[in-house]
Design a protein around this ligand. Structure first.
Ligand code: MD3
Ligand code: FE
Length: 216
């Protein structure tokens, strides 16, 4: 018997438009997760996670690293993209072909042709870590989308409007979920609620998020 009768009732559709220009691709990274996570481990040996300081002097609860031609960093002097990892003084690790391929396929699936990411910010959340509502506006060209890939513990993602005061929609991002954010969603306020404790079968007590960007 075919599953057609029940298809409309699937609580987790594969391709879910969540806002104007934003498409959630549930489980899109699952089939290649072992290759992606192996590449991620190699990146983190060269550029380990670190807690960066905001210009206001606060230590971020999310630990970060990067790969790609440039990486995002913050310190007391401000936010910026730079080719050099400030902790090592060396260039950020190159973006693996497996990362570029996934980001390009996800962007294309969401309607953004020829995405060429030059930066991948890697965020690690442990239980309690969060990211307050913000806009991503340190990139040169807002015509390019941002593609995000989630691994490990599920997070409650908050998606607001063009003003911080707009009440955000909340939804879960789970292991292997990919979202492409472009068009009118590109400059929307967004954040992540404090990570709930748990144990993920692959990643343990953490969530790792990759965001692919065209920074320059
Ligand atoms: C919507 N990261 O690194 S990913 C960030 O889960 C960031 O670590 C979150 O926000 C995380 O800047 C959210 C989803 C995401 C990323 C970028 C966006 C959503 C976005 C840019 C514009 C609109
Ligand atoms: Fe962001």
């Amino acid at each position: 018997m075919s599953g057609d009768l029940f298809e409309g009732l699937d609580p987790r559709p594969a391709r879910q438009p969540i806002a104007d220009g934003a498409v959630l691709l549930r489980g899109f990274a699952r089939s290649e997760e072992s290759e992606l996570l192996a590449a991620l481990r190699a990146i983190l040996l060269a550029a380990p996670f670190r807690h960066m300081i905001t210009p206001g002097g606060h230590t971020m609860s999310v630990a970060m690293s990067n790969c790609g031609a440039v990486g995002w960093a913050t310190d007391r002097k401000g936010y910026r993209y730079d080719a050099i990892d400030p902790n090592s003084g060396r260039p950020w690790p190159a973006m693996p072909a497996s990362f570029v391929g996934l980001a390009r396929r996800a962007a294309a699936e969401a309607g953004f042709a020829d995405f060429r990411p030059d930066a991948c910010l890697i965020n690690r959340y442990v239980p309690g870590a969060k990211m307050s509502l913000h806009q991503d506006k340190d990139e040169a060209d807002f015509a390019a989308p941002i593609v995000s890939v989630s691994f490990g513990l599920p997070a409650v993602f908050m998606f607001g409007g063009m003003q911080r005061s707009e009440k955000p929609q909340r939804f879960a991002l789970e292991h292997g979920d990919v979202v492409a954010w472009g068009g009118p969603s590109r400059l929307a306020y967004h954040g992540v609620a404090p990570l709930k404790d748990g144990e993920h079968p692959v990643l343990g007590r953490q969530r790792i998020n990759l965001t692919f960007r065209r920074a320059r």
